[in-house]
Unconditional design. Structure first.
Length: 267
């Protein structure tokens, strides 16, 4: 399946109180570089950060010296440096799931014959912590460990949103917004609330082409012994395949959630 890109956030406006502007600029520069397959020029960085070109060069020199960017001199562009890999590896270690849960997600992948995911709450965010896929059933490229965007447009995100209190959900959605990922994405808060009520009552969440055209996802909650939603398991596959196996897949996802729930409560 094709990857879906997420543009770096706009940089206009004054920095938030209590933040270090130079650090914020450096991170935004790295995000812009990461979003470009071929790297970016110093002029593009300067325009993106609304900086004078000499200031942009100083920033880029610092990031290059630190190993987080490399100067592609032949092309007059900047690319990601190899120390970025340390950050990715660190995030994966921090999100690593216990073997019992990893086994439950793999079992779901095999039973559903689909890419399978395990998402958790991480403070105020919903984040993918584990993925199992195969050459036959590859994951959606952007849905990798650490992905925490577009919760309103993903099945695992809807499960987690539905389990939040109204106050927590309102605060979360006020912060992240309802991004239009495809023509089918729900961007109306009242419509989303009605949909989340159905998720709570049915015990499963479904999205068809809301996150990515031609893609369908199905998810179910993983609960504590007291019944609280701690996480969710999900699958993704092409919409045509999903339509042909709809009820078989739902049974597999419900069983996968039960297996994961038992694993969580056995830890």
């Amino acid at each position: 399946m094709s990857a879906q890109s997420f543009d770096p956030p706009a940089t206009t406006g004054a920095p938030a109180a209590g933040t270090v502007q130079s650090v914020s600029r450096a991170l935004k520069a790295m995000e812009l570089v990461a979003a470009s397959r071929d790297g970016v020029t110093a002029k593009e960085i300067a325009a993106h950060l609304q900086l004078a070109l000499p200031s942009a060069y100083h920033l880029l020199a610092t990031l290059t010296e630190s190993g987080y960017l490399v100067h592609l001199a032949q092309n007059h562009r900047y690319g990601l440096g190899y120390r970025v890999r340390l950050l990715e590896q660190g995030l994966q270690r921090q999100l690593e799931v216990p073997a019992l849960i990893a086994s439950a997600v793999r079992r779901l992948h095999l039973e559903a014959d689909a890419a399978a995911y395990y998402a958790v709450y991480r403070e105020v965010d919903v984040v993918i912590a584990h993925v199992v896929d195969s050459e036959r059933r590859p994951r959606v490229q952007v849905l990798d460990i650490g992905f925490h965007e577009a919760t309103h447009a993903t099945a695992f995100g809807k499960v987690m949103l539905a389990a939040m209190s109204q106050e927590a959900r309102d605060a979360y959605l006020d912060r992240v917004g309802l991004r239009q990922c495809t023509a089918n994405t729900m961007t109306d808060r009242r419509a989303l609330e009605a949909h989340l009520d159905k998720v709570r009552r049915s015990g499963v969440a479904l999205e068809i082409g809301e996150f990515q055209d031609g893609l369908s996802c199905l998810a179910a909650p993983v609960r504590s012994s007291a019944g609280a939603v701690l996480a969710s398991v999900a699958i993704s596959l092409p919409s045509a395949d999903f339509a042909a196996r709809r009820w078989t897949l739902e049974r597999a996802v419900r069983r996968g959630a039960l297996v994961a729930t038992r694993a969580v409560n056995a830890l």
